[in-house]
Design a protein around this ligand. Sequence first.
Ligand SMILES: [Fe+2]
Length: 417
Amino acid sequence: METTEEILARFAEVRAHTERLAAPLSPEDQTVQSMPDVSPTKWHRAHVTWFFETFLLAEHEPGFAPFQDRYWFLFNSYYEGVGPRYTRSMRGAISRPGAHDVADYRADVDARVTDLVDRVDGGTLEKLRPTIELGFHHEQQHQELLLMDIKHVLSLNPLQPVYAGAPRLPGTPDRLGWVGFDGGLVEIGATGEGFHFDNELPRHQQWLQPYRLADRLVTNGEWLDFMTDGGYRRHDLWLSDGWGRVQAERWDSPFYWHEEDGVWFEHTLHGTHPVDPALPVTHVSHYEADAYATWAGHRLPTEAEWEHAAVTQSATEENVADLDAFHPRAAGPATGRLRQLLGDCWEWTSSAYLPYPGFHPAPGAVGEYNGKFMSSQMVLRGGSALTPAGHTRAGYRNFFPPGARWPMTGVRLASGD
Ligand SMILES: [Fe+2]
């Protein structure tokens, strides 16, 4: 069990990391909302602060008063139980408070949370601990969103600005291998060790037929083969909704690719570069992942297959976000085990995002965190090169609509009955 000092050290580190990620961005960068799904950087910085203010300080700070009355309205994301809020798709219209005002808001809440945690007795700290822990993981989720979102913002700028200037990552082509699993009656879900979100409970049994998973992610080179073979022009490869999107939005390549004089280029947070065939393909929708799997004669894994495999292999975190590199890397040498599991790209599964059997959201507004989104979305597993270090785990259930392309997604093939 963490001591008060350890909790406060972690609080300071999580909060400082958000500010490190925002540091390369000007106040103008931090204000842009390039599409409805994207939130401005300064909104992310303020919203995670609002989370601590609303769910920790408002509930437990003696004589609580909000930092600014209207911030409650501006920085509530989707919590109906907290009250009305500003229109999500209009967040980019808010020029005030500015990025510097948000820094003042953050500093005020940081000081008050620190003071509260420092002052309470042991029994009260135990009551606060789950909310503080949720606040850490919530802020880490937004650290990834901040990077996803600013990647999209910068992608629309014809000057091709660079977020971070790390060198390109060298890649080595590598043959795809397979790892087999017996399946049978397995258990998935949170074990009770360490943090988990409510959607990872209850732990429960699943029956798995014998199956195989590809030992690495699909590469850009393989994706180019799919494109060359008419992958985006063959309706027979696509789910109906996906084919509709291909036609309506003229998809012909992954989200951040464009072609110049016969050469494909990819926008990254490190600038725009020719597509490296050895790197994992990324920023593809579930529809594209499914079409690729069909083209390759395979399928996507279920979330239970993925989790069972990751737990069986005691997967460890690799290539998550650090302050030098924010892009997936080529798989290392084959080892006979699954590579690139926790990091690189979130991996689309064929599983709809549904409650586990017996799932109950937490009471109160914080119960809106996950449960109410269990409709029309697909589960992704693993983590990405935009995920903060220490935030991945085998049981983590990420989710996005099947047409989403701006998250750092990728494809792992599955095979078997
Ligand atoms: Fe949030």
